[in-house]
Unconditional design. Sequence first.
Length: 162
Amino acid sequence: MSVSDGDIEYLRRCVELAREALIAGDEPFGSVLVDSSGRTLFEDRNRVKDGDNTRHPELAISLWAVGNMEPEDRAGAVVYTSGEHCPMCSAAHAWVGLGRIVYAVSSTQLSTWLHEWGAPPSPVAGLSINTVAPNLPVDGPADVLEAEMKALHLEKFNSTAN
């Protein structure tokens, strides 16, 4: 399966949430959980600015899903996200049994941009989702959203570099 036009609409909401995170002083990441009928069940944005670097929206989705959905419903759900899951979020997603992941930009893209801008290296390796959780169905990146996401990350980089 590839990123469809319908997927792009959910990913656009993720980009809006990433922008909200940036405006709030956080890193620009946003995610949406959608059930098998296409209904949005939960959404969140990054919330790491206060020092808890585990407050990723993808982890929040996993925690919400395990407390609010039956296992079979989790398996049929889709997580849309502005950026590919980090290893922590990939593992959580797999452990709680969520279904497909669709992302706007990859960890490789983000790492390349940050390297170009001279950012310090991340304390965590930017592994692909399927390196951490090999059986998860994953689609991305969505090229149509790359420039917008790159601009958000550049804005965050410039605000922290000064």
